[in-house]
Design a protein around this ligand. Structure first.
Ligand code: SF4
Ligand code: SF4
Length: 389
């Protein structure tokens, strides 16, 4: 494993971090995976209050003698804070779930802008952080962010943060905070942790055949995931790259890649491959949904991430295949979950880190993937598969 030094406190952090949002359901398997990762040098684990069951499972595993070998990062959801006591209510629950007395890297989760931060200041967050740091319960304080570049600069400057967590990958080089944001944070001495290195899987699954061909014929044989990770680790401003790992195969492969990757190792030939791939991918992605699920549940039952996934796959898989997948995926529950159920209430939109105009896009999804055949086909599928029992 390769490590990078946190310039703020000299912590040695593994360049590969374990993203704990999507643990597999088999807890025994998760335990094996976490222990394997630790034994092979991964020392940064990222979870959150709102990730279902994640803190609890991570806490159980780490309590078996691994706590001191790793850094735990977890997060406070700011929208749940209405009064001063809420800070402790959330934080103490997290300590209990994680079976620990302190958090190494504590984040304000998806801090959208300075307005929300100023609201938290009014509720006493400065005093609260000071108290927790004095008691040694929080070692480093940071924030995670999905917004635009200029607001990111303002947030970096508004408080003496000790780290930040950003969405970043080769497709998003100039989106959200982007490379300028990463460089700005780094120039202020902040270690930068990165999430969505594979853009919710979009950089590895269902790739257009032109992109597959570029990777297959590259001067060095690497998988699309390996290229994507190496692009990140090539940059000295990137400290830890989080990967939501939920299979042993993936963990082993990511550890191998992380262990072999150096900073500033890319050649012009490498960069040229990314330029060509990006040009193609940019044309195919209609909606920049990462499948994070933050917009769910929709009060009307629309399965927002699934709708966007099928919609985006149309360019790659073709309309017929995407329609078939869409009908299946929006029909296999007792209640329908398709795009035309959307009533444009926009309740989902403020939760979307990608700032997608979900209600407007749903009209397009319905237009492209439903039409007159949708309802009869759904009826047929439910009959055949007996989902309506
Ligand atoms: S705007 Fe549409 S998709 Fe979003 S919450 Fe409302 S009904 Fe659901
Ligand atoms: S629409 Fe936005 S919030 Fe919902 S899954 Fe996609 S990226 Fe996440």
């Amino acid at each position: 494993m390769k490590y990078r030094i946190n310039p703020k406190n000299q912590d040695e952090l593994s360049t590969l971090g374990f993203g704990c949002m999507r643990f597999s359901r088999d807890e025994k398997e998760v335990e094996k995976q976490i222990i394997y990762a630790i034994e092979h040098g991964v020392n940064y684990f990222d979870t959150a209050y709102i990730y279902p069951n994640s803190e609890v499972v991570l806490g159980r595993v780490l309590s078996k003698g691994y706590r001191e070998r790793v850094k735990i990062a977890t997060k406070m959801p700011p929208h749940t804070i209405k009064k001063y006591e809420d800070f402790d209510r959330i934080f103490l629950t997290e300590l209990e779930r994680l079976q620990t007395d302190y958090i190494d890297y504590y984040l304000i989760h998806m801090l959208p802008d300075t307005t929300v931060w100023n609201r938290l200041i009014k509720l006493g967050i400065h005093e609260w952080i000071e108290e927790k740091k004095e008691k040694g319960q929080i070692r480093n304080i940071g924030f995670s962010y999905h917004g635009g570049r200029d607001e990111f600069f303002r947030l970096v400057d508004i408080y003496p943060w000790e780290f930040c967590l950003l969405q970043y990958n080769y497709l998003d080089e100039n989106k959200q905070a982007g490379i300028e944001g990463i460089r700005y944070a780094s120039s202020k001495g902040l270690p930068v942790m990165v999430m969505e290195p594979l853009r919710g899987g979009k950089l590895v699954t269902n790739l257009p055949k032109e992109v597959k061909s570029i990777w297959d014929n590259a001067h060095v044989k690497r998988s699309p995931a390996e290229w994507a990770f190496k692009w990140l680790w090539n940059q000295p401003e990137v400290t830890v790259v989080l990967s939501g790992m939920n299979s042993m195969e993936m963990i082993k492969e990511n550890i191998r890649v992380a262990s072999e990757t150096e900073v500033n190792a890319f050649t012009d030939e490498d960069f040229n491959l990314f330029k060509r791939v990006k040009e193609i991918l940019d044309q195919t992605i209609k909606v920049p949904c990462t499948g994070c699920n933050y917009c769910m549940p929709c009060p009307m039952g629309v399965d927002i991430p699934t709708c966007f996934s099928c919609y985006n796959d149309m360019e790659i898989e073709g309309k017929l295949a995407s329609k078939g997948k869409y009908i299946m995926q929006t029909s296999i529950k007792n209640q329908p979950r398709n795009a035309s159920l959307c009533v444009k209430c926009k309740k989902c939109e403020s939760h979307c880190p990608q700032h997608i105009k979900i209600s407007e896009e749903m009209t397009q999804v319905a237009k492209s993937l439903e039409g007159v055949t949708y309802k009869p086909l759904r009826f047929l599928i439910k009959k055949v598969m007996r989902f309506d029992k």
